[in-house]
Design a binder for this molecule. Sequence first.
Ligand code: BGC
Length: 900
Amino acid sequence: MLVVKNLKCEYLENPIGIDKINPRLSWQIISDKRNVKQQQFQIQVATDEEFKNIVWNMHTFSEKSIHIPYEGAPLESRMRYFYRVKVWINKEEESDWSNTCFWEMGLINTSEWKAEWISLKDQKINEDFKARAPFSCFKNFTINKDVKKAVVYVTSLGVYELYLNGKRVGEDYLTPGWTDYNYRIQYQTYEVSDLIKAKDNKLNATIGEGWYSGYLGWTKRKDTYGSKNALLLQMYIYYEDGTSEVIASDESWKEENCNILMSDIYNGEIYDAREKEEASIDSNLIIVPYPKTHLIAQENEPIRIQEEIEPLSIFKTPKGEFVLDMGQNMAGFVRFKIRGEKGQKVTLIHGEVLDKEGNFYRDNIRDAAQKVTYICSGNEEEIYEPHFTFQGFRYVKLEGFPKDIKPSNFTGVVLHSDMKPIGSFETSDKKINQLQHNILWGQKGNFIDVPTDCPQRDERLGWTGDAQIFARTACFNMNAAPFFSKWLKDLSCNQMSDGAVPFVVPDILKGTFADGIGLTTAGWGDAAVICPWTIYQCYGDENILIQQYDSMKNWINYIRNQGNDEYLWDTGLQLADWLALDNEEGSFFGATDGYLVSTAYYAYSTGIFANIAKILGKFDDYKLYNQLYASIKEAYINRFYDNEGNLTSETQTAQVISLYFDLVPEKYKERIAKRLVELIEKKNMHLDTGFLGTPYICHVLSDNGYEDVAYKLLFNTDYPSWLYQVERGATTMWEHWDSIKVDGSFWDIGMNSFNHYSYGSVGAWMYQNIGGIDMAEAGYKKSQIAPKLSEKLSYTKAALDTMYGKISVSWEIIEDKINMNVVIPHNTTSRITLPKVKNIEKIKKYIIEAYNEKRLHIDLTNGLSETYIDTDFGFEIFGDNISFEIGSGSYNFSYEYTPI
Ligand code: BGC
């Protein structure tokens, strides 16, 4: 059996609305064999499903099966292209053609936009919130011929919902998504052939403020990108007779009533269901002379409903308020059913936690009202969900609802970017599983079109530091490549002329914030280098390196230009180990020397950049930046170590980042690692790291022989630890280790989120060390399987759907044996390390036996001899670990182990 499956174009299955001129194709190989390696492939691309009109036919000897760029005849706007793939593996075994898949081009050139931006002359203002009311507009049109296909291209200055003949077009929310609209505005493409009716048709849209002109940031900033919301739409109707027609937004559209009186990302929505939708009004519509040159096709997966949650309960608090408990801190909105009197007003106010007394609490949400008000129409049962807003919440205070309203009248609707879930992780320990759950929900709540710090308070911004800290973990849980690729383009656009990377992307702080404090900071700005690098490593995507190359280089050059010493970054504001616990109580800043942190990141990013230059074949840059890296490292060592080889900053984080970023001279490595353990011991075996130390503390311990200490930190349940919040009932990650203090009180209301993914960055370590799945060559072309055992765990199951297929590792301890199952995707190889092998001789024998019985197929030209160390197999034995290379396929290893 040999099948080519899971064909993707730009990571997507049969996408429509692509504007890339060389879209990239990927596939996976399915076979019941082992050691499957692709040797040749053939791709055919045609404009018809029968492949009569072929525009690209490529047959080549190549192992490459991911991200193959289309290189045929120039692609035409709006055209659908069909493609299929076949492969040859091993000794010329040939597959059949894969199933036929397709992609469809969008509007490639902005000059193709004939539609006009339409808006209202005067948008109504909601006085309570000083916000523009959304408006609705429509166009009736008649169809007299048989329709073959209809496709609509649509976007807005603001956020929009589109309907055709009363049916919602597409399943996307908060479109066109958030980009820096000064440079880039995405449009969406929907095929609407099924929604078109024979004769009379009606297209209508509602447009709200969204990120374009709504409130953004804690300074009550509004109208960041403009003060007029507008719609732009162009629909192509293709008839059976070969003709076509275009319906576009223009002066012929009319305004109609809109029941939404206010809708704002932070503040929520007010909806008056009483007004009659059909009532005619004096149209106030105008054409807005806004450019169309910034229009681009949708780049990442749009925001969609991901799941719907049934609430746990409705209860009365000690204060006598009625509160709905979703049982899960989430981002999205509540949909509800109600039978109310005409004019009856109900409100929902959203919060994340209850206070010590069990009362509804929302002070930490600051100035985001998160309030939804609905005025009933008085008709039978009404079902309502808000339109242009989302809330971060677990608890909802209900006002004005009938006393006997049931939890089943409410549904929690979870929204986030529709990224494909690719990872799974489970252990025998319930609390660790809950931690994984909380990390995953931190991602769900904060991957709403841009990577945000939190989804509830008046922030929800693309904080660069948070994003880079969490990126590696994010890439385990979901395919985050298109998501980051889009966001990183905005990062490049927002980079200042000197290369500085702003705190948040899209940069809404420009000009309003940071008076007297710097405009960038290490560890945050380094997202410019670390995020693309992470995406490249996890998905083998070289394009992102090309796309971000100048941005990365500009960032490094920016740092180089700071201060007097080009090899140190010792100027300006450094947030450094933000929220670490090693400073005085209540401080946002950790105790680690900010300039040690900034110089360490400078070295780290420069080292990565030099490597990238090498990968892309830019050898002059490679030489230059590799030399720069060596000089920074030297300067770091001179500046931040004393004569005995101790770091001048006596903090856990200083030791952690020095080790992780390889800034410790070989001769001091043992001592620095030991020092880290001493500092942990000093805290009674607890961490006290903040944003920048936390992601790496367990890695550094595992990599330097202190696996037991890493596990100790992970399994701690008292403050401060990851499981402290789990024990306190958290369902997402907290911003502070002590968001809820031991005495039950809260951290200061000024900054206390219960859905902040940064400390969830331990997730990558969990996949890599407990599950044992890691990347050895970009995209997992070669993986590394090396689970590390703990006496606290009796089993673990981890899996990761890579670009090549699924890697899975599960291990279980049964009495004195370890039983491990491993699956390696075809067209990849792996280096596997079996841990805690009791009797190396026995395991050697086991492997030979298994090999002979064909339970373990390894492509070994010379066979497996007794002297196998350093053979093609790559056997290595260190301590009680045995490690060797394997090809693709499924394996089972079962052996006696040395108890931990
Ligand atoms: C955000 C953080 C961010 C920090 C930096 C906070 O308000 O929520 O996560 O990184 O500011 O100053």
